[in-house]
Write a protein that binds this ligand. Structure first.
Ligand SMILES: NC(=O)c1ccc[n+]([C@@H]2O[C@H](COP(=O)([O-])OP(=O)(O)OC[C@H]3O[C@@H](n4cnc5c(N)ncnc54)[C@H](O)[C@@H]3O)[C@@H](O)[C@H]2O)c1
Ligand SMILES: O=C(O)C(=O)C[C@]1(C(=O)O)C=C[C@@H](O)C=C1
Length: 293
């Protein structure tokens, strides 16, 4: 669809994702004016000095006149932030978010919004282990998936406009239910982060001389885990607290599978190990092939 720019976009939380959105929206010509609300004074100052936005502060009145509002705060903060903005949201405004969990955001945000606000939850499946306004870059969403989870009551025209905006920033948009999103992301994103946090924690909890060796030899697999385990602690605290059920379900399955592998190692069942590792190698190669296609 042809897309007219938004008049005033409010980005709430000008960290990694918020600043990347400010840059990507500008690059794609999607906003006449971009303003940011953030409760960290240093981030407000940084966003202004980097020229990411036209105005910034910690005043919910920044939402006045906005036709697109994007919540880019940790998922546990979305409800409180939406409640503060509510008095300034005009009917017809599109309010979306980028949170890594969707059902909890819908639960917390939907009830506090005034009638007429078009609430369309979203989640770009792209990020890094860095945080804050200086971590953002305009290309973050290019060639990456973005999931939207509108409810049945959402205005199809508003959903189409938001979808077109993400596509103009280079994303591949999929629409699904919030519940399905949370189960899929529990296994593809949340569990891998939990494993990374655990393995890095376990390794650094070893005896002193072993810790030195962990640092010295962390060139291969372990190093990849340390990158993921460097991700923002508040963001990930909120992800796990707000996608409890799905994460615990996937963790249960992981425990079962680990148990089977532990048994195969204990009884010297090489065939089981080889079969498992052959299957997972094929999965990795399939992912790479799909990316290149
Ligand atoms: N980092 C990723 O890889 C990634 C990817 C996709 C989606 N997300 C989601 O994007 C959201 C933001 O993540 P990020 O990586 O940009 O985090 P970030 O820490 O880089 O930025 C968050 C910003 O929100 C501000 N903030 C926090 N609470 C606030 C509040 N109550 N009021 C006003 N400002 C507040 C912080 O000061 C900070 O500037 C999260 O919901 C996260 O789940 C993150
Ligand atoms: O690339 C990374 O560093 C990420 O962890 C990005 C990642 C992911 O798990 O894929 C992390 C959280 C988001 O909600 C979406 C994307």
């Amino acid at each position: 669809m042809s897309l007219s720019p938004f008049n005033r976009v409010l980005i709430v939380g000008i960290g990694l994702i918020g600043s990347s959105l400010a840059l990507a929206l500008r690059k794609a010509g999607l906003a006449r004016q971009i303003v940011a609300l953030d409760h960290t004074p240093d981030h407000v100052a940084e966003a202004l000095s980097l020229g990411l936005v036209d105005a910034a502060g910690d005043d919910p009145a920044l939402a006045d006149g906005a036709d697109l509002v994007i919540l880019c705060v940790p998922v546990g903060a979305c409800g409180k932030v939406a409640a503060k903005l509510a008095p300034y949201l005009a009917p017809g405004v599109i309010l979306t978010d980028v949170g890594s969990v969707k059902q909890a955001v819908v639960r917390d945000v939907a009830p506090v919004l005034p009638e007429g606000v078009q609430f369309i939850p979203g989640h770009p499946i792209s990020g890094t282990e860095y945080s804050g306004p200086s971590a953002g870059f305009a290309e973050l969403f290019e060639g990456r998936h973005c999931i939207l989870t509108p409810t049945e009551t959402a205005d199809p025209a508003a959903v189409a406009r938001l979808q077109a905006a993400w596509e103009a920033m280079g994303s591949l948009v999929t629409i699904m239910s919030a519940e399905h999103h949370d189960r899929v992301l529990a296994i593809t994103s949340h569990l891998p982060h939990l494993i990374a946090y655990t393995i890095v924690g376990t390794a650094t909890d070893l005896e002193e001389h072993m810790q030195q060796e962990v640092i010295k030899y962390s060139a291969g697999g372990f190093r990849d885990f340390t990158r993921i385990a460097a991700s923002d602690p508040i963001m990930w605290r909120d992800v796990f607290l707000n996608n409890r059920e799905a994460v615990l379900e996937m963790l249960g399955r992981l425990h079962e599978d680990l148990g089977l592998l532990a048994r195969a190692i204990r009884i010297g069942d090489g065939a089981t190990l080889e079969e498992k590792f052959t299957t997972t190698r094929a999965i990795r190669r399939g992912i790479i092939a799909a990316k290149q296609a």
